[in-house]
Design a protein. Structure first.
Length: 316
């Protein structure tokens, strides 16, 4: 069953009317022309709505529970995927999924945050908020990929690293820093794609890549709008105002050079046609890796480091 966001109420009402008319049509009423007209009106309303989304509305779309998640992209793009578990220091963290497989016939390492799609899986994956062992698992996988000369694909979708006391006691900040360092030290190409939320250090820990792609209605920020609202105004209800001021959309970040490419989403967001979105992502990932193919290990490192240094120069 389709879930509608608050700002999608006009579309929801039209879709509800269409469902009612289809029920009447099934009972023998000849109202097919009327149904077609309302369907066209609903599609146009959806297109107009998504052509002018505010940053806060994009944040809501990025968090949509029916949006395709990390495991959906892995299932759609990666064959022979073999997940690996554990950081060899403390334990496993299912908020961060990782392993090896084949992308269009080529061996690849895949790392990504998984939010879960049901109550059970959301709890198991901790809503995509990784603990230190998750980032240490990412480091282990990246080092293994580097050793065997395999490119790394990161799928970013997290509100941020888990802020619990246990995570802090086990060195959350150090683990994020080590993971970011591991990204920078890779002698193989790495491509990151922000598929939903790119939250703070929890995102950059696996997104410090040669190429950073971002879905059209995804968001990527140093802090969530809710947290920014609490800090700046001591009022968590001003998240919308914060989002509108923070430059967190793909369009803003492309202009600043923080990301390299925006991937168009199906009309009404990735959740309305996951198969098309996953296919589009596959083509973009293949093109990004093709651009980096054949470069030496030192050239790959220099390319990545210069990319992030250049961001600092632009924003200084």
């Amino acid at each position: 069953m389709r879930s509608y966001l608050d700002f999608e109420k006009p579309v929801a009402e039209l879709d509800s009317k269409i469902d009612e008319l289809r029920t009447l049509a099934a009972s023998g009423s000849d109202i097919h022309e009327e149904i077609e007209k309302i369907e066209e009106k609903a599609q146009q309303a959806l297109q107009d709505l998504y052509a002018a989304l505010t940053p806060w509305q994009k944040t809501q779309v990025a968090r949509h529970p029916q949006r395709p998640h990390c495991v959906d992209y892995i299932e759609g793009l990666i064959t022979e995927f073999t997940p690996l578990a554990g950081d060899r220091k403390f334990g496993d963290d299912e908020a961060l999924v990782g392993g090896f497989g084949r992308f269009r016939g080529e061996s690849v390492c895949v790392i990504g945050q998984e939010k879960g799609s049901t109550t059970e899986t959301r709890l198991r994956h901790n809503f995509g908020m990784a603990r230190p062992e998750g980032y240490r698992k990412a480091v282990r996988l990246m080092e293994m990929a580097d050793r065997f000369d395999l490119p790394v694909l990161s799928l970013v979708d997290t509100a941020g690293a888990y802020p619990g006391i246990g995570a802090e006691e086990r060195g959350q900040a150090e683990a994020i820093a080590r993971s970011t360092e591991a990204c920078l030290q890779l002698g193989v190409p790495n491509v990151a794609m922000v598929i939903g939320e790119g939250g703070s250090g929890g995102a950059i820990a696996i997104a410090t890549a040669n190429k950073v792609l971002m879905l059209e209605h995804a968001v990527y920020s140093v802090i969530s709008p809710e947290a920014a609202s609490s800090i700046l105004w001591r009022d968590g209800t001003k998240a919308q105002e914060a989002a509108n001021s923070m430059k967190i959309t793909a369009q803003d970040l492309l202009r600043f050079g923080v990301i390299d490419q925006i991937l168009p989403e199906p009309k009404g967001g990735a959740h309305r046609d996951p198969a098309v979105m996953i296919a589009t992502a596959g083509d973009a990932i293949a093109a990004a890796f093709a651009e980096l193919k054949g470069q030496g290990r030192d050239a790959i490192r220099v390319h990545r480091r210069q990319k992030f240094l250049e961001i600092g120069r632009k924003l200084a």
